[in-house]
Ligand binder design. Structure first.
Ligand code: SAM
Length: 296
């Protein structure tokens, strides 16, 4: 009998499971992407400004948590800058990633090898800045296709052959509510992703901030664009060696899907302020959005 996995489960196997792309020797993020933080100084500039702002407003140590830190390049650059401005003593820089601590990471940076989705239940609350650059798009979620009768059906994957097909209609009430609010199924054959796992991830991460700022920069879209039909083909993509490839869920490539950034923003119910803008500094004209939220 065929063993069919939901697309999210099949994708999860390529992140934290025995088919993990990032934990494999080929999974060094900087070998596969052309939009990471080392492509320019703009992300470091923005994060440095947020850190300086929190340092000025809050007494004591300010924690900077970079989730999905890759090779830790952002934190290494930040350490050099904070040292130069005499603020490094006030900052505790921590990278979090599924991958092991990079050998060339600045010695002032701490490292946690872990699934960042579990951090909130394991770490004490903190004053500081949480950074998620090209992280949320890596959080597995379900992919849906609308059938000729207008029913939104989950894409499934054969556990062995990794071939995908159209599975049962979406039935989880929380998923149905998410679709109704953020990305309604409007016409047959449109594809879309249920962004709820990204909302949960952001809500969990930001729940750790007793005071400070969280910034997410990622491939993203907004409800008005989704409603226009612009994203009707869905956004699941594979990356390998700097190129887009077919998003095979067999661990041979990185899989991503754009982030419904307005849904993510709304999930952080405690946010005092929210700034959601296009990230115009994105390399190669990538569809990046920037979400900055403050917490107190
Ligand atoms: C596209 S890379 C981005 C790296 C870096 N933030 C940058 O922009 O250059 C995504 C990183 O997130 C990590 N990652 C993916 N899912 C994760 C998870 N659930 N927990 C921790 N790290 C994760 C990967 O190992 C990878 O290093």
């Amino acid at each position: 009998m065929r063993d069919e996995l939901s697309f999210q489960s099949a994708w999860e196997q390529t992140v934290t499971g025995d088919r993990s792309f990032y934990r494999s020797s080929a999974g060094d993020p900087y070998l596969h992407f052309t939009t990471d933080v080392v492509q320019g100084q703009e992300v470091t500039d923005r994060v440095e400004a947020l850190v300086v702002d929190v340092v000025r407003k809050a007494p004591g140590i300010v924690t900077v948590l970079d989730v999905g830190s890759g090779r830790g390049a952002l934190l290494s650059s930040l350490a050099v800058r904070l040292e130069a401005s005499g603020l490094l003593d006030r900052a505790h820089l921590i990278g979090v990633d599924l991958r092991d601590r990079p050998a060339d990471l600045d010695s002032s940076v701490d490292w946690i090898t872990a699934d960042a989705r579990a951090l909130a239940s394991e770490m004490p609350s903190l004053t500081g800045v949480i950074v998620a650059h090209e992280f949320l798009d890596d959080i597995p979620c379900d992919c849906v296709e609308v059938d000729p009768d207008g029913a939104a059906r989950i894409v499934t994957v054969d556990a062995v052959s990794r071939q995908s097909s159209l599975g049962p209609p979406v039935s989880d009430p929380a998923d149905l509510a998410w679709l109704a609010r953020w990305w309604p199924a409007r016409r047959p054959f449109m594809r879309l992703e249920i962004g709820r796992p990204r909302d949960d991830t952001w809500s969990g991460l930001t729940s750790m901030l007793s005071f400070g700022t969280a910034i997410a920069i990622d491939y993203g879209h907004l409800r008005v664009e989704r409603a226009s039909g612009f994203w009707d083909g869905g956004t699941v993509t594979g990356y390998l060696d700097g190129r887009t490839v077919s998003p095979a869920t067999d661990g041979t490539c990185n899989i991503t899907a754009h982030v419904a950034m307005d849904a993510v923003a709304a999930a952080a119910a405690r946010a005092r302020t929210t700034e959601l803008t296009r990230w115009s500094a994105a390399p190669r004209g990538a569809d990046f959005l920037s979400l900055v939220q403050t917490f107190a």
